[in-house]
Ligand binder design. Sequence first.
Ligand code: FMN
Length: 235
Amino acid sequence: MTYVFSGTGNSQWVANRLQGLVDDDAKVYGMVFPVYAWGIPKIVEEYIQNHLQDILKADYVYAIMTCGDDIGHADEVLSKQLEGRLDAVFSVHMPNTYVCLPGFDVDKAEVAEAKVKETIQRLPTIAESINRRERRTEVTRGKWAWLKTQVLRPLFNKFLINDKYFYTNRYCSHCKRCVRGCPLNNITMDEDGKVGWKHEHCTMCLRCYHRCPNNAVQFGKFTKKKGQKIHDFDR
Ligand SMILES: Cc1cc2nc3c(=O)[nH]c(=O)nc-3n(C[C@H](O)[C@H](O)[C@H](O)COP(=O)(O)O)c2cc1C
């Protein structure tokens, strides 16, 4: 069994590539998803809470977390959620998708390509480890890992997982791509074509922002001059 959550395609792409490399084994539970704020996405936390008994029945549990740069102690957050039953955990670099604060933007094309190339090279070795059921932690923690996960992450979760800052600007063409694409069904469009966020389930995956063909979805003031993650590999 493999659980995949992907906001903007990176983790789905990793999971697809891994499929041909990892042996099919019903007793192995795999998870592939992005790192959010040096922790795990709210939707993944909820999934684990709801499926914990099934996950704990597996003989071997592994996770691959995709990240733009570093994960802090996200692997420990995950392991705690899984009551310590995380046999192997890997982080892999993929193009960055976080753009909602000053100083954070999508990667330049060459940086994004280098990350994808590095991940393509690592995946077969990661798959071998999984197939051998090795107990392994291979992650990029980065600097100030404790501070990021223990101090910044709770602040992020409290104040910045908040869909009330999303809006569409005058470039919105009412194509409904954001409405249809939202993995949590959290976006609406009224009869006048006005896009709204429901303030119910947002997990801050930014699919609405990155997939908008007109870059019309914005988050407060901070996304005004930011790029979108558009790379050939996820087309
Ligand atoms: C809300 C949010 C928070 C993020 N936090 C981090 C982070 O703490 N560290 C990091 O390296 N990348 C971070 N990223 C970047 C993503 O983890 C990375 O781009 C990931 O590959 C996206 O996967 P996806 O396309 O499957 O959604 C964040 C992205 C988002 C949207």
